[in-house]
Design a protein around this ligand. Structure first.
Ligand code: NAD
Length: 358
């Protein structure tokens, strides 16, 4: 199993180093993991003049999975748009055709007080958003700002989805639900947007292929409200790129801890890019205090979705729970008066817990 490791910028290299400790435990047990590092983002601009160098792209294309840290930072904000670190990630997603973005949002019992919502609302929360990632209004043409006949500026973006684009991500939604509590909620805005009427029609057409999954539909405005009113009603949500962007951030904050949430972005052949949902956290980079758990949990998703080793995924997730139960907290999770451990202490503890389960 070949894994491309792209640490990136800011806290990326610090937290990827901790995820590698966990992978090292498996390698010592004889699991065949071949790891190769490459530059991406701001560091790649500095070293190669390109946020996605050709060698990095080639490595990712030749790998079974990509373990991605985070990219960006204030020192790159003044670069020309095509050199910005974010452009490297967007190009990588497009080149690898990573159309299905899986974002679980789970509240660990030990961290229930970290949420801004009442414990009785979020306790036990465990949902997954499947967001379409390569289409919709973010890529639709025509787009841009032009002057009309009256000399006024007019901005245009185009919401567009083909049957095929909807179908392939909807399959991911149904299959994710099959592996969980078998409930799929498809989110659209069919009451005003024809494009999303098509979305609803296509998802509905697929339902007979998954008789064990209960399919419901919800308008996006209601879904945004229901996510804070009663988030535990959801198992898997499948939706388009724009709605998914907003709803997945909302869902992640229900858990109250941005440093805990992993994500997977997958293509049709199972190649996936695995990264924490947070950014490069330049405000804490280099201090050794970042929470590495989202990055470590990203490796669990990698084992489950690209490497077909659910047994190893279970071990990583179990180890994280065990370490939280033992009371270890990085600074972002620690309650006032509770001592905090460093990034590497947290990584060491998880790696040790994984090793113990062998
Ligand atoms: P951010 O997610 O980097 O940070 C937001 C806040 O959360 C900060 O206070 C940060 O210290 C904290 N935080 C984030 N991850 C943490 C962790 N693991 N442990 C402890 N605290 C953590 O968002 P931002 O500050 O808006 O963006 C910073 C940079 O990251 C920007 O350049 C942005 O473009 C980039 N970014 C990259 C990605 C990506 O790599 N996929 C995603 C989002 C933002």
């Amino acid at each position: 199993m070949k894994i491309a490791v792209l640490p990136g910028d800011g806290i990326g290299p610090e937290i990827v180093a901790e995820a590698l400790k966990v992978l090292q435990v498996f390698r010592q047990e004889g699991v065949g993991l071949e790891l190769e590092m490459a530059d991406v983002g701001g560091i790649a601009v500095e070293r190669h003049g390109d946020p996605l160098p050709a060698a990095t792209l080639a490595l990712c294309q030749a790998s079974d999975a990509v373990l991605f840290g985070s990219i960006g930072g204030p020192k790159y904000d003044t670069l020309a748009r095509h050199l910005r670190p974010e452009r490297g990630l967007l190009r990588l997603r497009k080149k690898l055709d990573l159309f299905a973005n899986l974002r679980p949002a789970q509240v660990f019992p030990e961290l229930v007080n970290a949420s801004t919502l009442k414990p009785e609302v979020v306790s036990g929360l465990d949902l997954m958003i499947v967001r379409e990632l390569t289409g919709d209004i973010y890529f639709g043409e025509p787009r841009g700002v032009v002057h009309n006949a009256q000399g006024e500026r007019v901005g245009t973006n185009t919401m567009i989805y083909s049957d095929t684009e909807i179908r392939r991500v909807a399959h991911w939604g149904f299959q994710a639900a099959q592996k969980r509590r078998k409930q799929l909620c498809s989110v659209d805005k069919m009451n005003v947007l024809e494009c999303t009427q098509l979305w609803r029609d296509v998802v509905t057409e697929l339902a007979p292929e998954y008789p064990d999954v209960q399919l419901t539909h919800m308008l996006v405005d209601n879904a945004a409200m229901q996510l804070v009113r009663n988030p535990r009603q959801f198992d898997v949500i499948v939706t388009g790129n724009l709605f998914g962007d907003i709803l997945s951030d909302e869902a992640s904050m229900l858990t109250g801890s941005i440093g805990m949430l992993p994500s997977a972005s997958l293509n049709a052949s199972g190649l996936g890019l695995y990264e924490p949902i947070h950014g490069s956290a330049p405000d804490i980079a280099g201090q050794g205090i970042a929470n590495p758990l989202a990055q470590i949990l990203s490796t669990a998703m990698m084992f489950r979705y690209s490497l077909q080793r659910a047994d190893l995924a279970d071990r990583v997730e179990h180890a994280v729970r065990q370490v939280l139960q033992s009371g270890l907290r990085t600074a972002d999770l620690a309650q006032p008066g509770q001592g905090a451990v460093s990034t590497s202490q947290m990584g060491d503890a998880v790696a040790a817990a994984v090793r113990q389960q062998a």
